[in-house]
Write a protein that binds this ligand. Structure first.
Ligand code: PGA
Length: 249
């Protein structure tokens, strides 16, 4: 696991966007899995902007949505699908067959999981995952206690996720379950980048890096990924010991 620390959110976002572009330049038919949320917002916007400026061909690239709130439709601005549509899929002008997201209002969520797993295996796996981290150490909706061996699954949301999650919605929205790509997919992905910014993430970042690997803190899985990278702004890195800080860019 590598750690890179950037001076601020803008620099972190710029570096994330550049890595996404490089991945596609090296492998035009890459499969890229994207988280939604506040952290990936600027990285995704910069990716779309730089893709246009540099005229990078994305016609063979596939994008996956990491997770979704069960029961929240894509028209709801708090949904992950809404975020990805608005920030990435529509601005890139993707064809429908270039992206896969969970339909969380489907009556058959198991089938949604099977479809996502099949999409991933039909493309021979995920090349790059860009994920955030919850205050409880979740990645996607892989909540504390989840098995590292899970592929796509439906899960009861942790209380912290239910409470913090209200920040995405314009009015009180009942969310109890999530549907998510699993940590076994993450382990099998060729490269995973966990991004975090802001002081509020500093404590969970310290645990992610320093605690023993445990399913109680799903983000500790980053320590055992063969090509895992944690990219932080200075605030999210502020509780790490000095020896990490020489990596500051
Ligand atoms: P955030 O969410 O980027 O909005 O902080 C992170 C997460 O819960 O995964």
């Amino acid at each position: 696991m590598q750690i890179r620390i950037y001076k601020n959110y803008e620099a972190l976002s710029e570096a994330t966007a550049n890595t996404m572009l490089q991945t596609i330049q090296l492998k035009p038919n890459a499969v890229i899995c994207l988280a939604s949320g506040h952290t990936p917002l600027l990285p995704c916007k910069l990716f779309v902007q730089k893709r246009k400026e540099q005229n990078v061909d994305i016609s063979q690239t596939t994008f996956l949505g990491l997770d979704e709130w069960v029961g929240v439709p894509p028209e709801n601005e708090g949904s992950c699908h809404f975020f990805l549509n608005n920030t990435v899929f529509n601005p890139l002008g993707l064809n429908k067959n270039q992206f896969h997201v969970f339909d969380s209002i489907s009556k058959n969520l198991e089938h949604e999981c099977e479809k996502m797993d099949a999409a991933i295996s039909s493309k021979a796996g995920i090349d790059l995952m860009i994920v955030g981290i919850g205050l409880n150490g979740h990645i996607g909706f892989n909540e504390p206690g989840v098995s590292f061996k899970n592929y796509s699954h439906v899960i009861k949301l942790d209380e912290i996720t239910v409470t913090v999650g209200q920040k995405y919605f314009s009015s009180q929205t009942k969310v109890l379950k999530g549907i998510t790509i699993g940590l076994q997919h993450l382990m099998e992905a060729k490269k995973v980048i966990l991004i975090a910014n802001g002081e509020k993430k500093a404590a969970i970042i310290k645990k992610t890096i320093e605690e023993k690997v445990t399913e109680k803190i799903p983000s500790t899985i980053m320590q055992i990924h063969k090509n895992g990278l944690i990219m932080l702004d200075a605030d999210a890195a502020s509780l790490l010991p000095q020896n990490y800080l020489h990596e500051t860019e």
